[in-house]
Ligand binder design. Structure first.
Ligand code: ARG
Length: 459
């Protein structure tokens, strides 16, 4: 295949060899080949319908492009850096394969609207695939929440024991975070699903094209309404990377908890051996590499968001070559997000809880202190006073080295004579969680309801 530049007409000197390699994008944008060909087939179909190409030319173009796609898929395509990018590599191969008709494909379009269309087609498909992976992870969380609805562990604020919660409730918090992520991705896909083709270089084209028809062929909701905007903005990529960053931020928080919970000091859960690795020097080690790596990858995705924002910042309308730099951050974001979701969805079902350890931990740190205060309030004591009374009882327990529930009734009555024998029902872990029995509360009955409702939304 000849490496002659498709735009060489006005040039009298050849491109500097380093500049040629420096400005080329084919090494990474060849990934867009299927979408480039899909877009070209729709474009040629529209051109023929409008009488701009003959039917024979259209058929030759489509046949040639399909053949090229086959070669690309088999790894049998001679990508050339001299031909700069995926678009010109494919066009040159088409002309070589079918002759004159190949040169007509670019009628009424530009690489500017072509590349903007290719990325949207690609990202649209990737978002759908990411959505499926995310849904699988959400399903795994529901199953785990269901398995451990009644399992009690300490809930934390400031990583200090706060109040007892159920493990199912904790899993459902993760589920909620991910449900918002799914809706952010769907929202981004919807806003992105407009077609740039027809904007040509920036101002539109003099040919009588039918953009609505091309948009329909490609499954877009319609053409972009302004040609300058269509070729220049990459806000959809930024929006996607922002949604991806938030999702990775959530995964990093979930990872962090798995790491803490699986440490010997906590021992709340055991991660399956398949998601951990050993140490080359310390024989006892089982390291939670997978969640650690996901925690690390979140930083890389946030970096891509910053890269894309900075890439777009202050660019004058319309297309500028800066935009060629959109692809690698975008591709890397998708690849790492997809990998992280996949491995998380595989890892969750293999988590084993250790309810004994969780219980032991919940019994330390006065997790039911608020329950004692609420008990006094129900008996008529103002909450601030109750807070004070319980604070003193806790200080007494700290000195004595015991839990509130281990004090005798007489000892408790020493702090307030409003306390009766029934107080012990409220100081147990089970009593504490069961009492938080309202929408969004940690009571197992509420968690069961939340799981059932979530299953319906997910279906
Ligand atoms: N490789 C380019 C990109 O990724 C394609 C568009 C180039 N257009 C141009 N006028 N140089 O953005």
């Amino acid at each position: 295949m000849s490496d002659k530049k498709l735009w060489a007409g006005r040039f009298s000197e050849p491109t500097d060899a380093f500049v040629e390699a420096f400005t080329a994008s084919v090494e990474f944008d060849q990934r867009l080949a299927p979408q480039d060909i899909q877009g070209s087939i729709a474009h040629a179909t529209m051109l023929a319908r409008q009488g701009i190409l003959s039917e024979q030319e259209r058929d030759a173009i489509i046949g040639g492009l399909q053949q090229i796609l086959g070669r690309i898929e088999q790894g049998d395509f001679p990508w050339s850096v001299g031909l700069e990018d995926v678009h010109m590599n494919i066009e040159a191969a088409l002309t070589e394969a079918i002759g004159e008709a190949g040169k007509k494909l670019h009628t009424g379009r530009s690489r500017n609207d072509q590349v903007a269309t290719d990325i949207r087609l690609w990202l649209r498909q990737e978002i759908t695939a990411l959505g499926e992976e995310l849904q699988r992870l959400q399903g795994a969380l529901l199953d785990l929440a269901e398995r451990e609805t009644d399992t009690i562990l300490p809930g934390f604020t400031h990583l200090q024991t706060a109040q007892p919660i159920t493990f199912g409730h904790h899993m459902m918090a993760w589920f909620e975070m991910l449900e918002r992520d799914a809706s952010r991705l769907a929202d981004c896909r919807r806003r992105m699903n407009r077609m740039p083709l027809g904007a040509a270089a920036l101002a539109g084209t003099t040919f009588p094209i039918d953009r609505e028809y091309t948009a329909q062929l490609l499954g877009f909701d319609g053409p972009c309404r302004n040609s300058l905007d269509a070729v220049s903005d990459r806000d959809f990529a930024i929006e996607f990377t922002a949604a991806a960053s938030i999702l990775m931020m959530h995964l990093s928080r979930m990872s962090e908890e798995l790491i803490i919970w699986s440490s010997a000091q906590f021992g709340f859960i055991t991660l399956s051996d398949s998601f951990c690795t050993g140490s080359s020097i310390m024989p006892q080690k089982k390291n939670p590499d997978v969640p650690e790596l996901i925690r690390g990858k979140s930083g890389r995705v946030f970096g891509h968001l910053m890269a894309l924002l900075t890439l777009m910042k202050s660019q004058p309308l319309a297309y500028n070559k800066d935009n060629q730099e959109d692809k690698e951050p975008l591709f890397d974001t998708v690849d790492n997000l997809r990998g992280s979701l996949k491995v998380f969805a595989d890892m969750i079902p293999a988590i084993r809880c250790n309810p004994g350890r969780m219980r032991e931990a919940a019994l330390q740190g006065f997790a039911t202190a608020t329950d004692l205060a609420d008990y006094l309030v129900r008996r008529g004591m103002p909450f601030r006073d109750a807070h004070e009374v319980v604070g003193k009882s806790v200080a007494y327990c700290v000195d004595k080295g015991c839990d509130l529930a281990e004090l005798s009734l007489d000892e408790l009555r020493g702090f307030s004579d409003m306390i009766d024998a029934d107080v012990f029902d409220y100081l147990t872990l089970e009593g504490s969680v069961a009492a938080r029995d309202h929408t969004g509360g940690t009571a197992p009955a509420q968690v069961r309801r939340a799981i059932a409702e979530a299953r319906q939304r997910l279906a």
